[in-house]
Design a protein around this ligand. Sequence first.
Ligand SMILES: Nc1nc2c(ncn2[C@@H]2O[C@H](COP(=O)(O)OP(=O)(O)OP(=O)(O)O)[C@@H](O)[C@H]2O)c(=O)[nH]1
Ligand SMILES: [Mg+2]
Length: 266
Amino acid sequence: MAFNWFKKLKTGLSKSAQKVEKAFTSVIGKKKLDENSLTEIEDQLISSDLGVNASIKIVDKLRNHKFELTSKNKEISKEMILKVVKDELNKILINSEKSLFKDNNDKPHVILLIGVNGSGKTTTAGKIASMLKENNKKVVIAACDTFRAAAVEQLEQWASRTKSLFFKGSDSSDAAAVAFKALEFSIKEKADYLIVDTAGRLQNKTGLMDELSKICRVISKLDANAPHNKIVVLDGTVGQNAHSQVKNFNEQIQLTGMIITKLDGS
Ligand SMILES: Nc1nc2c(ncn2[C@@H]2O[C@H](COP(=O)(O)OP(=O)(O)OP(=O)(O)O)[C@@H](O)[C@H]2O)c(=O)[nH]1
Ligand SMILES: [Mg+2]
């Protein structure tokens, strides 16, 4: 199963990789990268959804890079360019990398999952629970999506599959009230982790965005540091739109991290 998953992920990512590689075909066979070629690479990178800032950074790196041409390698090859790009991308990504649940002094450690509709929050709650259970942690999953009845059932299935404890409110209860009671329950159960799944919301819906602040405010009454992780779940296929999602959610509740789903190309 793991093999199939990696195969899917590789295929999914290869679509993006092919787009980026296409950016370099115009310069293959040249001895020097002239400004025209660099502009073309920049355009291609931006249209491959790499983002304007990252594309400019990469092109600057290429502009200043001294390619080592030898009697055997007389011309700049795609591989040479790709190496510079990969190194630069790695640098950008590694600088922003952070372990999600490292700091676990507080118990229960509360993980709040938020994001737009359908980004993968509930599935991610299941994946995180599964990962934590593999590490022998006691996990509670709370259904704070009080909008869709099916959402509660979907999450309950994940709780049962991962052998986690499950907490839900009564029908049409307030999401913040459910989160509060879920934390009380988790404290009583001496759980290591509480995963709070929330309803999908568009970042321009003020009422729903305010509900997120309320959830945070209410559960911090039981534990001043909770929620310890405020994670936005992003659909990896939406491209640069993810940027505005992160910005708006971060303005609302100061995120601690992000999880990108559907990198397997769904
Ligand atoms: N291929 C793939 N599909 C995923 C992944 N994560 C979620 N999905 C699918 O995306 C759809 C939406 O996932 P959910 O987890 O229900 O998303 P959600 O954010 O909870 O949705 P709402 O609660 O309606 O806002 C489902 O069909 C999932 O199976 C992923 O990493 N890869
Ligand atoms: Mg959901």
